[in-house]
Design a protein around this ligand. Structure first.
Ligand code: ADP
Ligand code: MG
Length: 229
C-alpha cells in the first residue's frame, strides 16, 4: 500500500513558557485525510502542540517556539513561520475546535456568517448557501433550521460543539484541530460528533487530542503518544 501523504510536518519543535520547557524536539508527520490522535497524560503539552500548528500559540505572550512546521497546501510546502505567511489565511486552513464549546454571543446563523463576512463574503445568497452547507455537514441543520436567529447559547452542549465545528467548516479548512472536543458532552452528543468526524476525514485532515482509549481505538488512524519532557 502506498504510504499516506503528509499534510503537516513538524521538525524539532520545542516550546517553553518562560523557563518551563513543555515540548522538546518533537518530530511528527501528520498524514492527510486521516485522524491522528494525540494522547498522553494531563500537562504533557497536547494543547500546546495543537496551538503551535496554526500559530495560535503566539497569542500566549510567554511562549517561546523553535523548530519548523510545514503545511502541504496548494501543491507546495509552506513554512508556517515564514515572514510572508498570512496568519489569518493560515488559521482558515488550519482551524481549531476547543474542549469547551465557544459559540459567539449572537444568533446561530450569525455565528457562521461572521467568519464569512470577515473574509469579505457578503452576498446574501452566498452567505446563506455556505452557512446551510456547513450546518448540514456538521449534522446540525435539521435541529436548527427553524431557529436560526435564536442565540447560539440556547443550544445544548452537543449542539453548541457541532455549531463550533460548523463555524470552522464554513471556511473550508484543510486541517481541523480538535482539543478533547467531546470531553464536556454526554454519550449521545459524543456519538454524534464521532460520527461526524468519521465522515469529515474523507475531505479534511483531523488532529484529535483525546483522553479516551475507546475514542482513539474507534476513530484514530494514527496515534502520537506525547513524550514526557
Ligand atoms: P495538556 O493539554 O497535555 O494537558 P498543556 O499543553 O495544556 O498540556 O500544558 C502543558 C504545560 O504547559 C502545563 O504544565 C501547563 O501548566 C503549561 N502551560 C500551558 N499553557 C500555559 C501558558 N499560557 N502559560 C504558562 N504555562 C502554560
Ligand atoms: Mg489540554
Amino acid at each position: 500500500m502506498p504510504s499516506p501523504k503528509t499534510k503537516i510536518r513538524i521538525e524539532n519543535l520545542s516550546v517553553s513558557y518562560k523557563e518551563n520547557r513543555v515540548l522538546s524536539h518533537i518530530h511528527l508527520d501528520i498524514p492527510e485525510k486521516a485522524v491522528t490522535a494525540i494522547t498522553g497524560p494531563s500537562g504533557v503539552g497536547k494543547s500546546t502542540l495543537l496551538l503551535a500548528l496554526n500559530r495560535l500559540l503566539e497569542t500566549e505572550h510567554e511562549a517561546r517556539i523553535s523548530g519548523k512546521i510545514t503545511l502541504f497546501t496548494q501543491n507546495a510546502w509552506q513554512d508556517i513561520h515564514h515572514p510572508h505567511t498570512d496568519v489569518f489565511a493560515l488559521r482558515q486552513k488550519i482551524s481549531m475546535v476547543f474542549q469547551k464549546p465557544n459559540p459567539l454571543p449572537m444568533g446561530i446563523f450569525a455565528n457562521l456568517a461572521l467568519p464569512l463576512k470577515l473574509r469579505g463574503i457578503r452576498k446574501k445568497k452566498d452567505v446563506e448557501e455556505a452557512v446551510t452547507q456547513a450546518l448540514m455537514q456538521a449534522r446540525l441543520w435539521e435541529e436548527v433550521r427553524h431557529r436560526l436567529r435564536e442565540d447560539a447559547r440556547t443550544l445544548s452542549g452537543g449542539q453548541q460543539q457541532r455549531l463550533c465545528i460548523a463555524r470552522s467548516l464554513v471556511m473550508q479548512p484543510e486541517v481541523l484541530l480538535l482539543d478533547e472536543p467531546t470531553s464536556s458532552l454526554d454519550t449521545k452528543a459524543e456519538t454524534a460528533i464521532e460520527n461526524l468526524l468519521q465522515e469529515l476525514k474523507k475531505t479534511c485532515t483531523l488532529v484529535l487530542v483525546s483522553h479516551s482509549r475507546r475514542q482513539v481505538a474507534d476513530l484514530a488512524d494514527f496515534e502520537y503518544a506525547m513524550p514526557n519532557v
